[in-house]
Design a protein around this ligand. Structure first.
Ligand code: PEP
Ligand code: MG
Length: 315
């Protein structure tokens, strides 16, 4: 019998030579779930929970949160679901969080820093997640935003353990955490690299300022270097290391990230088919060669060009 012709834009993510790379979806809302399912997401690599807490005068209570988390677990009943608890800062926190007015919210009390000021909010969120998880076979993981040092990672891991949650990870999106990832690894079970903030911080370019787009580019070789530092630390400590920033939606960059050692990729659901196709056309060795070529380049545009040249027929 003739082998079935596989449509390379569906099915689980894998390189041309068969190395599996789970391709997951980023979601911010239950309304993002249909697209994640239609595009064949293998799980939820980043569930941003902020929308549950915004535009209201008090935080959602326990039952409302449990119900919201169950909707996601029911859509992906046996898959990995990585939930990011509140990542809010002075520029977007609701009034009930009483955030200070800050001149520079990207460098302020956001993510884990905010959680550490109002730990009950995180405890409530984790309790609701743990309860939703008890009636589900999904594989729940919790990832801490804006982990900056080992103390942050240990504090966050203690909070999730207290709630009875088994799988805890660190978002690696602050350069300090990337540079010390080998030590952060002592507290957590996985990394997820957030290239949006990692780029903003390593290039010192506020992601909300449109005129700085040259620096808000994950092809900046310094960003690729920090991804490499992180994936190397993950390899050495045997931790899984996903990537979940917007950069993943670029099929060429997705291949470079796999070449650097990313073990899963999570993206806007609409990007899944093109990323899946690109990966299916590149061997792991092609991906590694593209990563080496990008890191050797002098600047972002050249890094992308060099990666494309190393990945013929991919994108
Ligand atoms: C990131 O920083 O890359 C990330 C995934 O999270 P967000 O864009 O929500 O900050
Ligand atoms: Mg971020």
């Amino acid at each position: 019998a003739r082998p079935a012709v596989m449509d390379e834009s569906t099915g689980p993510g894998r390189t041309a030579d068969g190395h599996p790379v789970p391709l997951m979806a980023n979601i911010s809302n239950p309304t993002d779930l249909p697209a994640a399912l239609e595009n064949g997401a293998e799980g939820i690599g980043l569930y941003r929970t902020e929308s549950l807490f915004l535009d209201r005068i008090s935080p959602p209570d326990h039952d409302e949160q449990v119900a919201a988390y169950r909707v996601v677990m029911e859509a992906f009943p046996t898959s990995q679901i990585v939930v990011r608890p509140l990542d809010l800062g002075a520029d977007n926190a609701p009034d009930y969080l009483q955030a200070a007015v800050e001149p520079n919210p990207a460098l302020g009390e956001r993510g884990l820093r905010m959680m550490r000021r109002v730990p009950n909010l995180l405890a409530g969120q984790l309790a609701a997640l743990a309860e939703a998880d008890r009636s589900s076979e999904a594989e729940l993981s919790i990832v801490g935003p804006m982990v900056t040092d080992v103390d942050d990672a240990a504090w966050f891991a203690a909070a999730t353990a207290e709630a009875g949650i088994q799988r805890t990870g660190a978002l690696i999106e602050v350069p300090a955490a990337a540079l010390r990832a080998h030590r952060i690894a002592e507290s957590v079970g996985f990394f997820s690299i957030g290239t949006n903030d990692l780029t903003q911080y390593v290039c010192a370019a506020d992601r909300n300022i449109a005129g700085l787009s040259r620096f808000q580019d994950p092809w900046q070789p310094a960003v690729i270097d920090l991804v490499a530092v992180t994936t190397q630390a993950a390899r050495e400590t045997q931790l899984p290391c996903g990537v979940c920033g917007t950069a993943v939606a670029d099929p060429l960059m997705a291949c470079v990230l796999v070449g650097l050692g990313a073990t899963s990729l999570s993206m806007d659901a609409s990007a899944l088919p093109l990323v899946r196709t690109a990966l299916s056309r590149a061997t792991l060795e092609h991906c590694r060669a593209a990563a080496r070529a990008a890191r050797a380049a002098p600047h972002a545009a050249e890094a992308k060009r060099a990666a494309r040249e190393a990945l013929p027929g991919v994108a």
